[in-house]
Design a protein around this ligand. Structure first.
Ligand SMILES: NC(=O)c1ccc[n+]([C@@H]2O[C@H](COP(=O)([O-])OP(=O)(O)OC[C@H]3O[C@@H](n4cnc5c(N)ncnc54)[C@H](O)[C@@H]3O)[C@@H](O)[C@H]2O)c1
Length: 250
């Protein structure tokens, strides 16, 4: 799988799954734009590290995916720099813990704004270039919580991911005739800073419920994203691909 000559934009790429996706794309010689909300020096440091390790052209752009004006400016900068955009990975996401009793209206709004509206914003801004090219791959990083709900995240996280799944299928239908594939991955229990807060008993119970008997690694998700972003997945669109060690099989 080579991505030489292709340009990818990965949101939330300063750490965790987004960083692993960006590293894997750079490793396959794609030009990569790392996006995150900041701080800028941290994101720049990741870009320098990845380009030194892979020889790929990796740049960093700080933007808040919740803000359409910032997303639009970022995509314009990508267009000016590379004059193309082949792959958009909507990975930026946040989670809040709690129940319907403890969740606040602000928690709901924050999670929806980053996870669902942020994905919409990036798709809307990026598809202009992809339609012009008559080619593009969008991969959304959803979650198992969008399919079956989740007992520990505050209500809002699962619905935001279910919304991303529906947005994936809607855009897959609307953009197919432009040669744009839109898919998602639905990870579960990946070892990142988002999951580092789990107490040991919870971690043990989570592993016990996974047939492959381990937590996922960011690289496991990156491999699935790269497949969906590649020409090997040319006839796949509107798919929500499980990356969950067999936790749910649908
Ligand atoms: N870790 C898991 O077990 C797991 C499971 C299922 C789905 N996911 C999803 O995978 C994605 C990445 O998760 P992770 O575990 O790597 O999380 P993480 O918290 O380690 O990384 C998320 C990144 O997104 C960035 N971000 C947050 N808000 C942003 C904004 N408004 N604009 C731009 N960037 C922003 C953060 O700064 C951070 O660098 C998320 O969408 C998450 O919901 C994670």
């Amino acid at each position: 799988m080579t991505f030489e000559g292709r340009v990818a934009l990965v949101t939330g790429a300063a750490r965790g799954i987004g960083r692993a996706v960006a590293a894997a794309l750079a490793g396959q010689k794609a030009g990569v734009v790392l996006n995150d909300i900041g701080p800028e020096d941290k994101l720049q440091a990741v870009a320098l590290e990845l380009s030194a390790a892979t020889g790929a052209n990796v740049i960093a752009i700080v933007a808040d995916v919740k803000r359409y004006d910032e997303v639009q400016a970022m995509v314009r900068q990508v267009d000016r720099t590379f004059n193309r955009l082949d792959i958009l990975v909507n990975n930026a996401g946040i989670i809040r813990r709690g129940s319907i009793e403890t969740v606040t209206e602000q928690d709901w709004d924050d999670v929806m704004a980053v996870n669902l509206k942020g994905t919409f914003n990036c798709c809307k801004a990026a598809t202009g270039i992809m339609i012009r090219q008559k080619h593009g791959k969008i991969v959304n990083v959803s979650s198992v919580a969008g399919k079956i709900g989740d007992i520990t995240s505050a209500p809002g996280y699962g619905p935001s991911k279910a919304g991303m799944d529906a947005l994936t299928k809607t855009l897959a239908r609307q953009l197919a005739h432009y040669g744009i594939n839109v898919n998602a991955v639905a990870p579960h229990a990946i070892e990142t800073e988002m999951s580092a807060e789990w107490p040991p008993e919870k971690r043990k119970a989570i592993i016990e419920a996974i047939p492959l008997k381990r937590l996922g690694r960011p690289e496991d998700v990156a491999e699935a994203v790269l497949f969906l972003a590649s020409d090997k997945a040319a006839f796949i669109t509107g798919e929500i691909l499980d990356v969950n060690g067999g936790f749910i099989m649908d």
